[in-house]
Design a binder for this molecule. Structure first.
Ligand SMILES: NC(=O)c1ccc[n+]([C@@H]2O[C@H](COP(=O)([O-])OP(=O)(O)OC[C@H]3O[C@@H](n4cnc5c(N)ncnc54)[C@H](O)[C@@H]3O)[C@@H](O)[C@H]2O)c1
Ligand SMILES: [Fe+2]
Length: 385
């Protein structure tokens, strides 16, 4: 048997209404003073209020940092850390989409260890310890609540990652009720992001690709494939919302331990330079990357195709990988997503710069089933344009 390691949070709680009783779940784990990290949109919607009320009734002080923007910057992280230091916090709660959870993870690390972010970038470079950490996702998407990864925008447009088991939270709290009001476009983009996590984890060339991740990826694709359209078109459907949140978490566990590859590497410059949402960036390059990989990964794609799209079971194994790419293209259309890079106002003459930026994502490109050169990256962008 091939050896592997698998890391996931020690506790995962999944329950409708869980956020309303957050204090019961968290107990004394976070100490007497908590930093709650979220974004201004969610603050305005009042989505965090029941959780905050629950914590406050236990006499715990809550400092709210609600300034996280999409694709959050290093400066935002610094402000979150400063807010935590000023209040002398003893624990951190991240509540929101991947952006808020990623800031909460690194805030807990830097507040607990005083280490320099500069030295933590990359894989397994963080030193710790971190403060106690609880993550509550409000998108069904990134799976950040169970991953060792935090993605921060550095300088003008580079998306850089810290990957360390140290920033896996103590508890992930999943409450599908929080996602009932997620707008259709965000539901579609974040849902595709989760599907990409499962696909890339399953086919990952990482030496740590492992049987647990592959099984989790397949179950994630069954849940996400069966429910994504309903979640987008009937947002109030509790069954669909629950399946999406569970599916994104399982995909998160899968890729946390069998890391993602070229779809994400090529998506990051789209988000970094043009501020296209992360899930949509993935969706825009997904079919072109799958076709580029087909030479090496057709068998893997064929194995999972019918998990996401049961009708593909009838297609012979030879043709199933390509049919999978076509089914994902058709899904993007049905979800009403933009499908070409030019649809999101990316000029054709930006493609060489994007290809050059994508090559900086060596952390991800090493996991791709087929080696990617800069001219390959450019050809993929051309195809997606
Ligand atoms: N850490 C990881 O493992 C990991 C994995 C993939 C992506 N990411 C990162 O996560 C970020 C993207 O996260 P995201 O896609 O979840 O989006 P996001 O956190 O940027 O949120 C997108 C928008 O959705 C809104 N929103 C969130 N939940 C809502 C709800 N329940 N109701 C209404 N509106 C809601 C937010 O206010 C925001 O305006 C990117 O920075 C990406 O690089 C991290
Ligand atoms: Fe992602």
């Amino acid at each position: 048997m091939t050896p592997f390691a698998f890391h996931t949070p020690p506790s995962i709680v999944f329950r409708d209404g869980a956020a309303r009783t957050l204090a019961e779940i968290v107990g004394a784990r976070l100490g007497p003073r908590i930093l709650l990290v979220t974004d201004p949109g969610l603050r305005r919607l009042g989505l965090c209020d029941p959780a905050i009320a629950s914590i406050k009734t236990c006499g715990i002080a809550v400092t709210i940092f609600a300034e996280v923007e999409a694709d959050p910057s290093e400066a935002t992280l610094e402000r979150a850390v400063a807010a935590g230091q000023e209040a002398g916090v003893t624990g951190v709660i991240g509540m929101g989409g991947g952006s808020s959870l990623d800031i909460a993870k690194l805030a807990a690390l830097l507040l607990g260890s005083n280490e320099a972010l500069e030295e933590a970038w990359g894989v397994a470079n963080a030193k710790g310890p971190r403060l106690p950490l609880v993550l509550v996702p409000t998108t069904a998407g990134t799976g950040s609540e169970v991953t060792p990864i935090s993605i921060i925008t550095v300088g003008e447009n580079e998306k850089r990652g810290v990957s360390s088991p140290l920033i896996i939270p103590d508890i992930a709290v999943l409450d599908p009720d929080l996602t009932l009001g997620l707008p259709p476009q965000i539901t579609a983009a974040t849902g595709i992001d989760a599907m990409v996590h499962a696909i890339e984890a399953y086919a990952s060339a990482s030496p740590n690709n492992n049987p647990l991740s592959r099984n989790l990826a397949r179950e994630a694709l069954r849940l996400l494939g069966a429910h994504i359209e309903t979640a987008v078109k009937e947002g109030g459907d509790r069954t669909a919302r629950g399946a999406m949140l569970l599916g994104s978490m399982l995909a998160g566990q899968a890729f946390a331990n069998s890391p993602v590859a070229a779809v994400h590497a090529l998506a990051y410059p789209i988000g970094g330079i043009f501020h296209v949402p992360h899930g949509l960036s993935n969706a825009l390059v997904l079919p072109a990357v799958l076709r580029f990989n087909m030479r090496e990964a057709a068998a893997s794609y064929g194995e999972i195709a019918a998990d996401a799209f049961p009708h593909l079971d009838e297609i012979g194994t030879q043709a199933r990988g390509e049919a999978f790419a076509e089914a994902l293209e058709a899904l993007r259309e049905r979800l009403g997503m933009p499908t070409r890079l030019r649809d999101v106002d990316i000029p054709r003459d930006a493609l060489p710069r994007m290809a050059s930026e994508a090559m900086k994502q060596t952390r991800l490109l090493v996991n791709n089933p087929r080696a990617v050169t800069q001219s390959d990256a450019l050809a993929i962008y051309e195809e997606a344009w």
